[in-house]
Design a protein around this ligand. Structure first.
Ligand code: ADP
Ligand code: MG
Length: 479
């Protein structure tokens, strides 16, 4: 069994850090040096170099380790995908639970090159505006060379979005302008935004691509206003820009002044035939506090949506990701992850990375059992699977009894069998404890659940019909 990671995590992203005493900095450096030494051999070279190497330890105060990175994007990625692994290592070193806080650290002049993530040879160079164009305090993000059309798996849920993005990347300002892409969290919007940027740059390396989150746009504007540098701000987004990629535009809602500025930016770019591509988690009409005139601007172009991927696409995404990261992912594990983690590709990827890191840290083979064990808690917490009521309902229907009979005490054979099957599947699917399952089945004792599990395990080995029923129920409940 692997230890659970019940660590409290303070992972806020703040502004400039406070000055720390030397010893707290030294303690942080020591701890961090040991941690990365251990992690280096266990993560793929690319993951390590891109996400871990540029991190700088700032301070260790009490149980809180503060780490800095110059890119908020990278911080989010590390937090989403590798925090568990990191915390496990830190806790092993410290012998106690700890918290990790990330801060965005401005780059020192001349540091730009040293900290840029490595660029795979097959992809175009990442661009960010030259340092002189980025005002101090700008949180402008780089285009991530990893996020290309090639690395994006296309399925029915996203093919329309991909087609629209491809058209825009091939003919910026000409195909659909603006392109408005909307969809839930972690479904690939940011990936496609970067893919458009990468593709456009590959076609025309002189093209000025400006990519940033709406939050950064707001921060830049505030900064420009404070410093009386609006002409530079306007030049950056209007004149020196051929493609404006503005991610998560819903953050502009209720920010009157930013919206006003964006409105004028939009008009200037549109009139100049420059491409505007924005993403949002909602439709323009659904974003509260969004100005009508901006909403109507978005109707000028194309509004494309991106839906949660189907199970086949989820499995394909996992396989692609595993191949890229050199993770040997068995088919049954891919299917297990793909069927259980449904709503969000980021979580899907995160679970694969976490699993691979656990396997590597513990020296265990990446098997279905390991996946079930490592992800048990996550899957229960997310509730990303049928709950007990659903399982009871589905089993009752398939085995032609009433749900209340499954929860009741009648011992008639067909009812008792359906109850046992439902308990067996509940245990298998939810991983809940025997007493909790007993409770949910009308207050049965935990021993009843254990007996049911053993009985069904035994019977499925002896009765092919029952085995088929159980297998098909399991598939149905898991998809
Ligand atoms: P969003 O911006 O919609 O919240 P992201 O673009 O950040 O989502 O996607 C989350 C993660 O999932 C990224 O690492 C991205 O590469 C990956 N991803 C999402 N959809 C796909 C897909 N269809 N194929 C490959 N990777 C995907
Ligand atoms: Mg995003």
């Amino acid at each position: 069994m692997l230890g659970s990671l019940s660590t409290t995590v303070n992972n806020t992203v703040d502004g400039p850090t406070v000055v720390n005493p030397l010893d707290s900095e030294r303690a942080a450096t020591d701890l961090w040096t040991r941690a990365i030494h251990r992690l280096k051999g266990r993560l793929s070279r690319h993951t390590f170099q891109t996400y871990f190497e540029p991190i700088k330890p700032i301070s260790l105060e009490g149980d809180e380790l503060t780490l800095a990175h110059s890119s908020r994007f990278m911080i989010d990625w590390v937090r989403d995908n590798l925090l568990d692994v990191l915390l496990q290592d830190l806790e092993a070193q410290l012998g106690r639970t700890c918290a990790v806080k990330f801060v965005v650290r401005e780059r020192a002049p001349g540091e730009e090159v040293a900290e840029a993530p490595p660029v795979p040879e097959s992809t175009p160079p990442a661009t960010s505006p030259p340092p002189s164009e980025a005002p101090p305090g700008s949180r402008q993000l780089q285009i991530n060379p990893k996020y290309t059309f090639d690395s994006f798996v296309v399925g029915p849920s996203n093919q329309f979005a991909v087609a629209a993005c491809t058209a825009v990347a091939n003919a910026p300002g000409k195909a659909y302008n603006p392109l408005f892409l909307y969809g839930g969290v972690g479904l690939g919007k940011t990936h496609l935004v970067h893919a458009v940027g990468n593709h456009a740059l590959r076609q025309n390396p002189n093209c000025h691509v400006v990519y940033l989150s709406s939050e950064s746009f707001t921060n830049d504007l505030i900064h420009a206003l404070e410093q009386h540098r609006m002409p530079e701000f306007r030049a950056r987004y209007r004149e020196k820009c051929d493609i404006l990629l503005l991610d998560d535009i819903q953050f502009l809602s209720n920010k009157k002044q930013t919206m006003e500025e964006f409105f004028h930016t939009f008009n200037a770019l549109h009139e100049g035939g420059k491409q505007i591509f924005v993403t949002s988690d909602k439709l323009p009409t659904e974003i509260e506090g969004f100005e009508e005139r901006l909403r109507s601007r978005f109707q000028w172009g194309l509004i494309a949506d991106i839906q949660p991927p189907e199970v086949e696409t989820r499995v394909a995404i996992l396989k692609k990701k595993a191949a890229t990261d050199h993770i040997a992912l068995p088919d049954d594990v891919a299917l297990f992850l793909g069927t259980h983690i449904r709503s969000n590709v980021r979580e899907l990827e995160g679970s694969l990375i976490r699993l691979a890191a656990f396997a590597s840290l513990t020296g265990a083979a990446l098997t279905l059992e390991l996946a079930q064990d490592v992800l048990k808690n996550i899957l229960v917490v997310r509730g990303d699977k049928p709950d007990v009521e659903t399982i009871i309902k589905v089993v009752a229907e398939a085995m032609q009894v009433k749900p209340q009979d499954i929860k009741g005490d009648r011992r008639q054979q067909n009812i008792a069998r359906a109850r046992q099957v439902a308990m067996f599947l509940t245990r298998k699917i939810t991983g809940l404890s025997y007493p909790v399952i007993g409770e949910k089945f009308g207050g049965k004792d935990h021993s009843t659940v254990i007996n049911a599990e053993q009985r069904i395990e035994q019977l499925t080995g002896e009765e092919p019909d029952l085995s088929k029923t159980v297998q098909s129920l399991l598939r149905r409940l898991n998809s």
